[in-house]
Write a protein that binds this ligand. Structure first.
Ligand code: RM4
Length: 254
C-alpha cells in the first residue's frame, strides 16, 4: 500500500507546511522528489536532508511562482533532475489576509499568479512529460475548504482555490485518456506559517477549533495519508474529485 519506490514526484511549495509534509511522506514511501520553494533556503535544505535519509534522490529549486515563465522553467528543471515524472503536487500558495477594499491589482495578481497561474503551466509541462513517457501519473492540486466557503479577508484567496477546482475538473477530462488521474485535496484550517499571524488572535483560533467536529485544527501531517492515497497506484479510479480534509469544519453549522 502507498508504495512510491521508483516514482519521481514534483511538489511545489515543498519547504514548509503541507507541501513539506507531503514531500517527506512521499520520500518516506520511496519517491524521489523535487520541491519548489520561494525564499526559505534553510527550510528547503532541511527537507532535502530529511528526504535523503530515506535513501531517495531529493532536489530543491528556488523559484518565484508569481512569474509564470519562472514557473515553467521550474517544471523544466524538475524534469531535467528526474527525467520522468510520475507524481505532481500543485501545493504552493499564499494568503495575505486583507480587507476587500484594500486589495490592489498588484496584490490580487500576485495571489492569482502564485496560487493558480503557476500551477496551470507547471501542470501543463509535467503532464506533457507524463504522456511522452507513457506514465499513468497522478496529479493533486491543493485546493481548500475555502473553495466552498468564504473568508471576509480572503476574497482574493478563496477565488484562487475555487479556480483550482475548476482547473482540476477540466484536466481530469483531458488527461483521463492517458490514464493520468487528477484530484484536489481540500485542507481545512491547518496550522502552518500561512495563518500563523491570523490565528494568533485567540478568539478567532478558538472559534475555528470549535467549528471542527474533532475539536482541533489540522496539522500538515494530517494531510499526508489522504494525499498519498490519491497520488498512489492504489488509487485506480478516483479522478476529478475534491477530497475535504477539514476535521468536519465545513459541515458543522449547528
Ligand atoms: C485555508 C483556510 C484557513 C486559513 C488558510 C490561510 O484555506 O481558509 O482557515 O487559515 O487558508
Amino acid at each position: 500500500m502507498l508504495d512510491f519506490r521508483g516514482k519521481n514526484a514534483v511538489i511545489t511549495g515543498g519547504s514548509r507546511g503541507i507541501g513539506r509534509a507531503i514531500s517527506l511522506g512521499l520520500a518516506r514511501q520511496g519517491a524521489n522528489i523535487v520541491i519548489s520553494y520561494a525564499s526559505h533556503d534553510s527550510e528547503a535544505d532541511e527537507v532535502i536532508e530529511a528526504a535523503q535519509k530515506y535513501g531517495v534522490n531529493a532536489y530543491k529549486i528556488k523559484v518565484d511562482q508569481s512569474d509564470p515563465y519562472e514557473s515553467i522553467k521550474f517544471a523544466e528543471g524538475a524534469i531535467s533532475a528526474l527525467g520522468k515524472v510520475h507524481v505532481l503536487v500543485d501545493n504552493a500558495g499564499i494568503c495575505p489576509f486583507e480587507d476587500f477594499f484594500r486589495i490592489s491589482v498588484g496584490l490580487f495578481e500576485k495571489v492569482w499568479k502564485v496560487n493558480v497561474e503557476s500551477h496551470y503551466f507547471i501542470t501543463q509541462r509535467i503532464a506533457k512529460n507524463m504522456i511522452e513517457n507513457g506514465i499513468k501519473g497522478r496529479i493533486l492540486l491543493i485546493s481548500s475548504i475555502s473553495a466552498h466557503v468564504g473568508g471576509e479577508f480572503q476574497t482574493h484567496y478563496t477565488t484562487t482555490k475555487s479556480a483550482l477546482n475548476g482547473f482540476m475538473h477540466s484536466i481530469a477530462i483531458v488527461l483521463g485518456k492517458y490514464g493520468i488521474l487528477v484530484n484536489s485535496l481540500e485542507p481545512g484550517t491547518i496550522l502552518t506559517d500561512i495563518n500563523k499571524e491570523d490565528l494568533s488572535n485567540e478568539e478567532k483560533r478558538e472559534y475555528m477549533e470549535r467549528r471542527t467536529v474533532v475539536g482541533r485544527l489540522g496539522l500538515p501531517e494530517d494531510m499526508v495519508a489522504p494525499a498519498l492515497f490519491l497520488l498512489s497506484d492504489d488509487n485506480t479510479y478516483v479522478t476529478g474529485t475534491e477530497l475535504l480534509a477539514d476535521g468536519g469544519m465545513l459541515i458543522n453549522l449547528q
